[in-house]
Ligand binder design. Structure first.
Ligand SMILES: *[C@@H]1O[C@H](CO)[C@@H](O)[C@H](O)[C@H]1NC(C)=O
Ligand SMILES: *[C@@H]1O[C@H](CO)[C@@H](O)[C@H](O)[C@H]1NC(C)=O
Ligand SMILES: *[C@@H]1O[C@H](CO)[C@@H](O)[C@H](O)[C@H]1NC(C)=O
Ligand SMILES: *[C@@H]1O[C@H](CO)[C@@H](O)[C@H](O)[C@H]1NC(C)=O
Length: 401
């Protein structure tokens, strides 16, 4: 059973908007997911700039939360959000609602397969004394099925408890204390949660799991619980990046893509090379192969103060006194004070007993017969029908959460 949770939190407020009318090109979901993937890689690089540790986050949650927020933003506050999310190109149509609508469609497409347990939700907590424009709350309901609730931020303890309780419920109890303190001037919090639970199409046999070495770097070797499975899987080789790519499917239309640099390659060299085009290239050029896969069990729990990271990709105005959120309220001075993102994942053997994949396709000669994940690797959890990236991570040391 595999299992990820993410959680995103934005405190605050304010907003405006400016749109340019150009050609009648209408972007579709394919265009959206491509842009989203490049945003994910940009965000990943900014997170990776801050440290060398394990990384795990949900780019889709960050985009969804900010697209929600963009509905209240005006002028440069609006355009910065869109260009930061890499969505400005899609906005050139002059159709104001095209981006929220695409997100709505995307969400519909992803949640269409009942076997895939993916729940995404956006919630807005607004101070009791704060008047939210009805047009804004209507739009959020329409596109994001958002939950809106008044809380008394003057009573920090009580509002914290209300919000954390909401988050616990939305994440199946996986994210317990998201909010640790509430600043006195907080007027609004926007919270986006995503909860994913996937069962491997071919589960690993727990009896085959053994302690084994994982080479964190030249000097550090740790012992991990290494899972083992022999089956047919899709695999490809990226000769240029000197990495191998393996797809481990879940039941219900999602998959994990594992990107493993060759042992003599420094994984950080790959950071600059991953983008949407490469990602699509990897998944489109896979061949099925009988394979022995060794993959460490791991748990990750990562939190990121996005308010410190997003300015690096150009989303700055929302955090400043100059923020224009007049779409949310006519009352001036609203800004976002905090954006917390927390993601949790557990990777282990489990899954429902699925019929083993049987058909073995052509086997290109250069592909290996074993895939041993015993050194730092990247992983991507994505929805296959739309190629939409749900989560992304880098595992450097599986013994660290
Ligand atoms: C915010 O944007 C709106 C709409 O563009 C504009 O009319 C208003 O003057 C702006 N307010 C501030 C404070 O920048
Ligand atoms: C989306 O539009 C592009 C052209 O912009 C096209 O190539 C692609 O097939 C379309 N995808 C879908 C799912 O309609
Ligand atoms: C906001 O945008 C409107 C419309 O484009 C423009 O007229 C106005 O000057 C802008 N306001 C600010 C404060 O930038
Ligand atoms: C999937 O996306 C298409 C647009 O590409 C949309 O028309 C359709 O309604 C979506 N499906 C669901 C179930 O939302």
């Amino acid at each position: 059973m595999e299992f990820g949770v993410f959680l995103l939190l934005i405190c605050a407020p304010s907003f405006t908007s400016t749109l340019q009318v150009q050609d009648p090109w209408t972007p579709n979901i394919t265009d959206l997911t491509f842009k989203n993937t490049d945003f994910a890689m940009n965000l990943y690089r900014k997170i990776a700039d801050h440290h060398d540790d394990n990384i795990f986050f949900s780019p889709l949650s960050v985009s969804t939360a900010f697209v929600t927020l963009s509905l209240a933003a005006r002028n440069s506050t609006y355009s910065e959000i869109l260009s930061g999310l890499n969505l400005d190109m899609l906005d050139q149509t002059g159709q104001l609602e095209i981006i929220p609508q695409l997100f709505q469609y995307l969400h519909g497409n992803i949640s269409q397969d009942g076997a895939l347990k993916l729940e995404q939700g956006t919630s807005l907590f607004v101070d009791l004394h704060f008047h939210v424009e009805k047009a804004f709350s209507d739009q959020i309901k329409q596109f994001f099925d958002a939950h809106i609730e008044n809380v008394d931020f003057g009573n920090a303890e009580m509002s914290k408890e209300i919000i954390n309780k909401h988050v616990r419920r939305k994440t199946g109890d996986k994210v317990k204390e998201l909010v640790t303190s509430i600043e006195p001037l907080t007027r609004m919090m926007l919270i986006n949660t995503i909860f994913f639970q996937g069962a491997w199409e071919s589960p690993f046999d727990p009896d085959s799991t053994k302690m084994s070495r994982f080479y964190v770097d030249k000097y550090n070797i740790v012992q991990v619980q290494m899972m083992l499975i022999s089956d047919s899987f899709y695999i490809s080789t990226d000769e240029e990046l000197k990495t191998k790519v393996l797809r481990l499917p879940y039941l219900g239309g999602a998959a994990m893509l594992i990107v493993l640099p060759d042992s003599h390659i420094d994984y950080t060299l790959i950071d600059d090379e991953i983008n949407a085009e490469r990602f699509l290239h990897w998944i489109k050029n896979m061949k099925k192969k009988k394979l022995e896969v060794h993959l460490p069990k791991f748990n990750l729990e990562q939190s990121y103060p996005m308010h410190n990271i997003l300015p690096a990709i150009g989303i700055q105005d929302v955090f400043r006194d100059t923020a224009n959120f007049t779409g949310l309220s006519q009352e001036p001075g609203l800004k976002v004070s905090q954006v917390l993102h927390k993601a949790v994942i557990e990777v282990n053997e489990k899954g429902t007993v699925a019929a083993a994949a049987t058909s073995v396709g052509f086997t290109p000669y250069s592909l290996p017969t074993t895939f041993i994940v015993n050194r730092p690797f990247f992983f991507f959890i994505y929805h296959e029908a739309t190629n939409s990236l749900l989560f992304m991570g880098r595992m450097v040391d599986p013994t660290q959460k």
